[in-house]
Unconditional design. Sequence first.
Lengths: 69, 145
Amino acid sequence: MKNRLKVLRAERDWTQADLAARLDVSRQTIVAIEKGKYDPSLSLAFKTARLFAQPIESIFDDEIEVTGS
Amino acid sequence: MNAPSQKPSNTTTNTIETRTASNTKKLALWTGLWLISLALVAFGPKFLWDFHTVITCTLIVTNLFMGYKMIIANKEHLEGLDELQQRIHLEAMALSLGCSVVFGAVFGLLENVRIIASSPNPSSVLFVTGITYGIGMLIAHKKYL
């Protein structure tokens, strides 16, 4: 799953450790999410969306194209 | 951007680092006490109190209590981790449990099929459990970094 975590973090001049502290997770978790090696749970994704005050789908992209009927 | 501008909560006492450090210390303490009590049960009767039944039984009960506290400390340690850390432990446990079952099953048969002469010691499975848990942790850490 792609995500804009790194961009959003950079816009706020936060380190990975800063973001980890704000989300109450380890820095390793932030690294793994940013690299796309780990997909966060729904609750962590919502927490992230609340922190950045953005809709969840603008931060996380599951790369599945939805075609209209 | 209108993201909340509050500072990260690392000045409070309940960050994941402080929580994990505290839980790890607790786990180390109870594991150490359990290990000491196990050593006393194993060697005390022969070397310290000449197989006195009351002392041995007291030590066995103490050992079981220490074991219970160690299990609870381990559970609390796991619950205090974040979701990725819990997943890493889960993957390590899956490898460890699988290997222990496979190794333990065949190891128990070795005497019956006359591959070894003496009865296999069931505690040998603990070594397999510990070693494969460590290997599982390394593999899972590497996978997510």
